[in-house]
Design a protein around this ligand. Structure first.
Ligand code: TYD
Ligand code: MG
Length: 459
């Protein structure tokens, strides 16, 4: 006899409770509990999809000094930016979660990986598209050397595992975890219990067969992966695919990585023929103008551990309505307001009756306080309607009393400015002592302590 079980799951963290609760005792979120009917098979009929290692073959504790660490073999996924984010290629048997908003390009990216991984047998499982649709997409993004890529439109986990066991691929893509389900549970696909159970089974498969699995997860509006947080705990790597709907650039970010640095990012451009790697983001993010324009400053930014130069654009104009408008695209509006207040008080700019608009090239979203100085530079330039001299980059954080503090990883920002042939970079005076004696040749490094000194080095 099957045992019927009803349970309530927190849709935020996956916490299970026998009755509904207004507030999750585990993660503190309100109104997240949903009821799911869970019918577990009776104990006698229970079966495991993947043979587990128990008894004689089970692993035993080993003293740490006796473990021989062999260099993890890394598989080349055929896309440099993806290899980079994974820490130099994919570790066999790794369990990867690729999250992102709908329409951002998760299916495109993972299909390109499946098609382009030379020498690997790949299985692309789609619960959302038919083989014909996948073929159409594959033709658009067509890459050579894709003979060993198999496509499978299926949503039942038991079938997927059975086909994988027959095909023995090196890499499986599951598009998406929210569409597949297992027969063991009665709840519908996409429910917390289904996602949890399917992920656990796939994890077991990946580890016992040394097959890497990429699971795609849709992200809800507030930025969390729909379904339980448990998913993020059990996977080895969490990648987040981000970008602006309107913009063509996409960033692949390593949020968690058991096999490498977490802060790596990869940059892509969405074109008609699929996602194209952008190896040198600075080169496309810097405008090329015949004549310098006012309101444009070059910021030396760092995302994670990757430096790049980005064009910062500001427009300061007389107030159009009774209250001044402040609008920032890709930058935190509160931070912009703070910077404007500092410029008003410490640099004497009369911004109270001005509209201010701020924007970054390529529709990039930036959470880097090191760009404060570039934002200030662009505002000053637009305010006086004077173009900043060509070849000037800015990197520094601005404090409430107008002091310029060092931006994190300033050395890398300076090196990137030098690599792109800029002539001058303005940084915090606090860096004078800590920067190495030998700075890149051909780049003048200017130090300022307060934001009102900025004008001296801009024009
Ligand atoms: P998709 O990979 O389906 O997104 P996700 O799986 O994250 O929901 O990408 C969908 C968008 O990408 C769609 O709006 C069309 C666009 N696109 C291109 O611009 N070029 C291409 O070659 C492909 C395949 C898609
Ligand atoms: Mg998709």
């Amino acid at each position: 006899m099957a045992k019927v079980k009803r349970a309530y799951f927190c849709s935020s963290c996956g916490n299970e409770q026998p009755k509904w609760m207004g507030r999750c005792p585990a993660c503190g979120e309100w109104n997240t509990f949903v009821e799911e009917v869970v019918v577990k098979e009776s104990a006698s009929g229970a079966r495991s999809l993947v043979k587990s290692a128990t008894g004689a073959g089970a692993a035993k504790p080993v003293p740490v000094r006796e473990i021989v660490r062999d260099e993890l073999a890394r598989l080349d996924l055929g896309i440099g930016e993806v290899n980079r984010v994974l820490g130099g290629g994919m570790v066999p048997g790794s369990f990867i979660l690729l999250g992102g908003e709908p329409g951002i390009g998760k299916s495109t990216l993972s299909l390109q990986i499946a098609l382009g991984s030379h020498g690997l047998r790949t299985l692309y499982v789609s619960g959302e598209e038919s083989p014909q649709q996948i073929k159409m997409r594959a033709e658009r993004v067509s890459r050579a050397g894709s003979e060993d890529c198999y496509v499978y439109a299926e949503t039942l986990l038991e079938n997927i595992i059975a086909q994988a066991e027959a095909l023995e691929p090196n890499l499986i893509v599951i598009d998406s975890i929210q569409t597949i389900y297992t027969e063991i549970l009665d709840s519908s696909p996409g429910s917390v219990s289904q996602i949890r159970e399917c992920a656990a089974t796939l994890l077991k498969y990946a580890k016992t067969h040394d097959t890497s699995i990429i699971i795609i997860g849709h992200i809800t509006k507030d930025g969390t992966i729909a379904g339980p947080k448990v998913l993020e705990h059990i996977v080895d790597v969490v990648l987040s695919f981000e970008g602006d709907d309107a913009g063509i650039y996409r960033i692949l970010r390593g949020v968690k990585n058991r096999f490498g640095a977490t802060f790596e990012i990869g940059v892509f451009e969405m074109r008609g023929e699929g996602l194209v790697e952008v190896a040198n983001p600075s080169e496309i993010l810097l405008g090329d103008y015949e004549e310098p324009l006012s309101g444009i400053a070059v910021g030396a930014a760092v995302d994670g551990i990757r430096p790049y130069l980005i064009e910062t654009q500001a427009l300061v104009s007389s107030m159009a309505y009774g209250t001044p408008q402040r609008s920032a695209t890709g930058f935190e509006a509160r931070r912009l307001n703070m910077l404007l207040a500092v410029l008003e008080k410490r640099a004497g700019l009369k911004l109270g009756a001005k509209d201010v608009f701020l924007n970054f090239a390529g529709g990039f979203r930036i959470a880097d306080t090191g760009l404060d100085l570039a934002v200030a530079g662009a505002v000053i330039s637009s305010y006086f309607d004077r173009a900043i001299a060509p070849g000037v980059a800015l990197a520094g954080e601005i404090g409430l009393s107008g002091e310029v503090r060092p931006a994190p990883r300033s050395e890398q920002r300076i090196a990137e400015a030098a690599r792109l042939g800029l002539k001058r970079i303005v940084v915090s005076g606090y860096l004078k002592k800590s920067l190495p004696k030998t700075l890149p040749a051909g780049l003048e490094v200017c130090y300022i302590n307060r934001v009102d000194e900025l004008g001296k080095y801009l024009f």
